[in-house]
Design a protein around this ligand. Structure first.
Ligand SMILES: Cc1cc2nc3c(=O)[nH]c(=O)nc-3n(C[C@H](O)[C@H](O)[C@H](O)COP(=O)(O)OP(=O)(O)OC[C@H]3O[C@@H](n4cnc5c(N)ncnc54)[C@H](O)[C@@H]3O)c2cc1C
Length: 510
């Protein structure tokens, strides 16, 4: 008789994840945990039932760009699957963005949200990407928006009602640069006001995920403003008019990508797109950084969620696949291979939820000056470290399925392709390492990190691993002082990885 391999099965991802419960229960006030855990159980069930089905549909029925109608009229529609639409609606219903702004759990609201997103992301077909930008846009409006934006767009972005919920794009990257936006070519021209949209934008945005969103935040250079990044301002646009026609925007094409295929990422041409300034003229990069600081935290959480799902599948497969007379999970070398991925995962979990808590404290006004500095320094390293480690873990998980891992419809190969983006968008590993260096140099983060490690992290620093990492950090910084900026820059990645390990290690044993 033919042999048929039993497939790996997922169960409620809240119940199958003891670390989530153990860690959050330890750190959260009991009343917050009680409320949150009931919700997380519900969400953990959706993640392996409805959401999983919808995400599989979204991955099968990929976005299609329809440039013209049958009669040659330019329409630039993007057709999305029903699964994608349902996942967007579910995000609103579960309050994935709203939780952070209602702030019912005070400084723990971002932790609550992080846990929801962590469970949502791996069954979301990357709807998590527009959600990240939506949340970032809400934060930018909260900080810099005028009354009109606060009354209108902000309410939509933070709505729990799928009928009124909006998502937002974040359009920074142009052909000339994504890491370096100083050469931004999109020009903003003052125009006669149309409902407050008193600017017109012209240019090409080279990577725009969430092209189906209702609004976007973007960088452009007002006519006559200086060259370089200092001349950029932050603008707000609504993509469609009441008839759902794009407002002077052409969709040039959808990107043909390595992964994240269910997510519509497009190239856009702005042809006099009506827009409003966000805040005063200028300071665009500073303003949009409030947005991408949120999206970077999302990236860390999504990396974590993706990594957890990959591991769940690897363990589930190790429980059903037999080799050399034993289940894979009972083969010592296979077991230790997966266990090692769990060790790194636990550290990443601690680091990510630490950043989420700091962000929540900052937004609620309960963060001390030192905690705000920590948030500034740890956000880029958490993003870069979790993104990179998630790719490594997904690669190992593909291998843990043997040949089956390489076969598309088994599903783990896709996870590896998807994971690769986590170390690219929202700042590549190098770009974020340099951002971390800036935090050390310009915001005096080094003494704050040192104090944190020597107090909260004292137990970890006393371990041989912690000691070696700490000594290497000190030695790199000393050599940087001696050998100059270029040397320090060349070591920024190593430095970032070491500090990420140190903070994560410190959190793990605290
Ligand atoms: C699927 C997908 C969706 C995206 N969606 C969006 C979106 O919605 N909105 C948006 O604005 N952008 C989006 N992006 C763009 C993304 O944010 C950029 O591609 C990314 O920030 C890198 O910019 P770049 O492509 O210009 O690379 P480059 O800046 O050209 O980088 C090339 C290489 O050089 C390295 N590098 C650059 N500068 C330095 C330095 N100073 N020192 C050392 N190394 C350096 C980088 O690390 C990288 O390895 C998306 C990208 C992808 C892949």
């Amino acid at each position: 008789m033919d042999f048929h391999q039993a497939p790996p099965r997922l169960t409620n991802t809240f119940h199958s994840d003891p670390l989530l419960e153990k860690t959050l229960k330890k750190r959260l006030p009991p009343d917050v945990w009680t409320k949150m855990s009931a919700h997380l159980k519900h969400v953990g069930e959706l993640a392996v039932t409805d959401w999983l089905t919808w995400s599989q549909q979204a991955e099968r029925e990929l976005p299609v760009h329809v440039p013209f109608d049958p009669w040659g009229e330019r329409v630039d529609q993007i057709r999305m699957s029903a699964g994608w639409t349902q996942l967007e609606a579910a995000a609103a219903t579960e309050g994935i963005v709203a939780t952070a702004y209602e702030r019912n759990e005070g400084e723990w609201s971002r932790v609550y949200q992080a846990a929801l997103l962590y469970l949502y992301h791996p069954s979301s077909a990357f709807v998590s990407c527009p959600l990240a930008m939506t949340d970032g846009a809400a934060r930018a409006i909260e900080l810099y928006g005028d009354d009109e934006l606060k009354k209108n767009a902000f309410k939509h972005l933070t709505s729990r009602d799928p009928k009124t919920f909006w998502t937002s794009g974040q359009w920074m990257t142009e052909k000339i640069g994504g890491s370096d936006v100083s050469g931004t070519e999109t020009v903003a021209r003052k125009s006669s006001a149309q409902n407050g949209f008193d600017w017109q934008l012209n240019g090409v945005k080279w990577f725009t995920s969430a092209t189906t969103s209702q609004m976007a935040m973007l960088l452009a250079r007002p006519e006559g403003a200086e060259m370089g990044s200092r001349g950029l301002s932050l603008f707000y646009t609504e993509l469609r008019d009441p008839n759902q026609n794009l407002r002077n925007i052409e969709i040039l094409r959808l990107k043909d990508k390595l992964g994240t295929k269910a997510l519509p990422t497009a190239e856009l041409r702005l042809t006099g797109t009506p827009a409003r300034l966000v805040g005063e003229m200028g300071g665009g990069v500073k303003k949009i950084s409030s947005l991408f600081n949120v999206t970077r935290v999302y990236n860390s959480i999504c990396s974590l969620g993706q990594w957890r799902r990959a591991l769940d599948l690897a363990w589930a497969y190790a429980d059903v696949r037999v080799a050399f007379g034993k289940k894979l999970k009972d083969l010592p070398l296979h077991r230790i291979t997966l266990k090692n991925l769990e060790t790194d995962f636990e550290k990443a979990f601690e680091l990510t939820f630490f950043v989420a808590h700091l962000l929540g404290k900052d937004e609620c006004g309960t963060a001390t000056e030192k905690e705000r500095t920590l948030l500034r320094a740890v956000t880029p390293i958490a993003k870069l470290w979790t993104g990179k480690k998630c790719v490594e873990a997904c690669s190992e998980v593909v291998e843990s399925f043997g040949g089956a891992g390489y076969i598309e419809d088994v599903g783990v190969a896709k996870m590896l392709r998807d994971a690769q983006v986590l170390s690219i968008w929202e700042g590549t590993t190098n770009v974020l390492s340099l951002d971390f260096l800036r935090a050390l140099e310009k915001e005096q983060a080094a003494p704050v990190l040192a104090e944190y490690l020597q107090t909260e992290g004292a137990r970890y620093l006393a371990t041989p691993k912690g000691q070696a990492e700490w000594q290497e950090v000190q030695s790199l910084l000393a050599q940087g002082q001696k050998n100059g900026r270029d040397y320090l820059e060349s070591q920024a990645r190593r430095l970032s990885f070491l500090v990420a390990e140190l903070i994560a290690g410190a959190r793990l044993v605290s």
